[in-house]
Write a protein that binds this ligand. Structure first.
Ligand SMILES: Nc1nc2c(ncn2[C@@H]2O[C@H](COP(=O)(O)OP(=O)(O)OP(=O)(O)O)[C@@H](O)[C@H]2O)c(=O)[nH]1
Ligand SMILES: [Mg+2]
Ligand SMILES: [Zn+2]
Length: 355
């Protein structure tokens, strides 16, 4: 195995040189669990921890290594390494951290393509597809929609679902598969490119890990073996994991996500809802909210049926989440600044007290 097999490229090599990181080994983070990492190199998989300096200088969660990251490491034991630094990320797929307003959680880094997996049974939801598209588009990750479990429906039902998706989501490939009958798996396998990194996204139970096992031809990931009807909402995959397939594709499995909150994804929304954003330039008011205003180009297009009503509502909802995220971040910054001022003020008083 070479570093290139893990996704290493010329940009990373140049960075390594520029930063004088040659004395260190490099590897890729393939799993993360509570600040313990597994780093894969050409030779081995190591248990890894970050050096104190890196922890000390980290200001936010995203300064810590994440699955998909390239890191500079040094060996200190047979199969243990220390992480000294994280290479700049080419792409980051992230969401609003669950339960932590104004904070982001990284799902994976340095991803080229994302498989947005939905099962065609009760999981099917185009609003949620648009949500995943938004977090992919925010970082130039190319999305591919996978409709799984097509063994559960007939041809006509499948055709209907596909055209429903195509109605709202333009220019994103859709691949229909079944892990059960293996239909579509070969086609999907052939589309996977050597040296490119793929991330599997989707709710719990849609069959991400089963798909990964099918693509690799091995039982690498634990999957849900209990009947799904008695097993609602139980996650089987507990953390992210990176695997290299025989055909050279690099795949990252994820635990299912219940919430895909939008953070500061302006560019993601713009790209996902291109028509809506483009049309908004024709609204009469510059700060049009597209809800009640007169001469709103978007409301007009919705009433004419040129824009799908569900898509419009979904866009407004995510736009609101984005604004909420941004204002929470701004508030936090202001608080920190005020606190800083206060500390300065008290220091001054204490100083003058001495005399
Ligand atoms: N009928 C049918 N069942 C499938 C298919 N693919 C997966 N399953 C079943 O769906 C269940 C969940 O599969 P997993 O692969 O564990 O799902 P997951 O997306 O990895 O779930 P989390 O790890 O919890 O996020 C298992 O019982 C699988 O056997 C399929 O194509 N058809
Ligand atoms: Mg899984
Ligand atoms: Zn408007």
């Amino acid at each position: 195995m070479t570093l290139e097999d893990l996704g290493y490229n010329i940009d990373l090599a140049n960075y390594r040189k520029g930063q004088n990181l040659d004395p260190f080994e490099v590897g890729r983070v393939i799993s993360e669990h509570k600040e313990r990492y597994v780093v894969k190199t050409t030779e081995n998989e190591y248990d890894a921890e970050i050096i104190g300096n890196l922890r000390f200088s980290a200001q936010k969660r995203s300064d810590f290594p994440a699955v998909g990251d390239w890191v500079a490491i040094s060996k200190y034991d047979e199969d243990k390494v220390l992480i000294h630094s994280v290479f700049p990320r080419k792409t980051v797929i992230e969401r609003q951290a669950v339960g932590k307003q104004g904070e982001k959680q990284i799902i994976a880094t340095n991803i080229d393509f994302a498989f947005i997996v939905q099962a065609v049974d009760r999981d099917f939801n185009i609003n949620r597809i648009e949500r995943y598209l938004t977090i992919c588009n925010a970082s130039n990750i190319r999305p591919i929609i996978i409709l799984n479990k097509i063994d559960l429906i007939n041809e006509i039902e499948l055709k209907k679902l596909i055209s429903e998706v195509q109605e709202r989501v333009k220019q994103v490939p859709i691949i229909a598969i079944s892990n059960e009958t293996k239909k579509g798996i070969e086609r999907l396998k052939e589309s996977i490119l050597k040296g490119k990194s793929y991330c599997l996204l989707g709710s719990s139970g849609v069959g991400k890990s089963t798909l990964l096992n099918n693509l690799s031809g091995r039982q690498l990931m634990k999957t849900n073996t209990i009947s799904t009807s008695t097993n609602k909402g139980r996650h089987v995959t507990s953390h992210r994991e990176l695997l290299v397939l025989d055909n050279g594709g690099i795949l990252i499995d994820n635990p299912g996500m219940r919430e895909v909150g939008i953070a500061d994804s302006s560019s993601g929304l713009e790209k996902t809802f291109g028509t809506i954003v483009e049309l908004s330039k024709n609204c009469k008011f510059k700060d049009c909210t597209h809800k009640t205003e007169i001469d709103c180009a978007i409301l007009e297009a919705v009433s004419k049926g040129e824009i799908d009503t569900d898509s419009y509502e979904n866009y407004l909802k995510m736009e609101k989440e984005k604004e909420h995220f941004e204002s929470t971040v701004a508030e936090k910054r202001k608080k920190d600044k005020d606190l800083g001022k206060m500390i300065k003020h008290f220091k001054k008083i204490r100083k003058s007290d001495k005399y």
